[in-house]
Write a protein that binds this ligand. Structure first.
Ligand code: FMN
Length: 157
């Protein structure tokens, strides 16, 4: 398969105390195992920019809710890339996973509004979990990324 045909999945995360980071790593490993032909890139939101979005065929985002809002690191990524993404018409499928403390609902509704502005299309129901992730939650992250990478490989999105 040529580099041009190969699909690219970008996993972006922000995490302060490690929960969303560990979930993103689990998603990364699962996506690679599921679809060796899909190139998967895992990036901390602070180190992710428009070039990564250009490279991607789909985005999977992990982040917490802080102060009833999208955590700052993820918001910064969205702030930095919004106009460059619109200018380049980078319409992408996405999925979102929020591991919050006891809510997460406000972060999700903020994110949904922002994603509409990007013209991005959701490929699955958003997942919002609270507290320290257990094995069930890790499996949700793996299942989500597996389904995403398989969908990309099959050209579903
Ligand atoms: C400054 C701060 C504000 C927070 N505010 C919220 C909040 O508004 N709602 C919520 O559900 N959790 C809140 N939390 C808890 C985090 O969302 C939660 O611990 C999350 O799982 C941390 O993810 P991380 O380990 O990937 O950083 C807050 C945590 C911090 C540090």
């Amino acid at each position: 398969m040529s580099e041009l045909e190969q699909k690219h999945l970008l996993i972006v995360y922000h995490s302060q105390s490690g929960r969303n980071e560990r979930l993103a790593y689990a998603a990364y490993s699962a996506a690679i195992a599921a679809e060796p032909n899909v190139d998967v890139r895992l990036r901390r939101a602070a180190e992710t920019g428009t070039r990564d979005v250009v490279w991607s065929d789909g985005l999977l985002l992990f982040f917490p809710e802080n102060f009833g809002a999208i955590a700052g690191g993820m918001k910064d990524f969205l702030d930095r890339t919004f106009y460059p993404v619109l200018e380049r018409n980078l319409i992408r499928p996405y999925a979102v996973f929020i591991c919050a403390g006891n809510d997460g609902g406000n972060a999700l509704s903020q994110f949904n509004r922002i994603a509409k502005g990007y013209l991005w299309r959701s490929v699955s129901e958003p997942i919002v979990v609270t507290g320290r992730p257990d094995e069930v939650v890790f499996q949700q992250a793996r299942d989500l990324s597996t389904a995403f990478s398989t969908g990309l490989e099959m050209g579903v999105f």
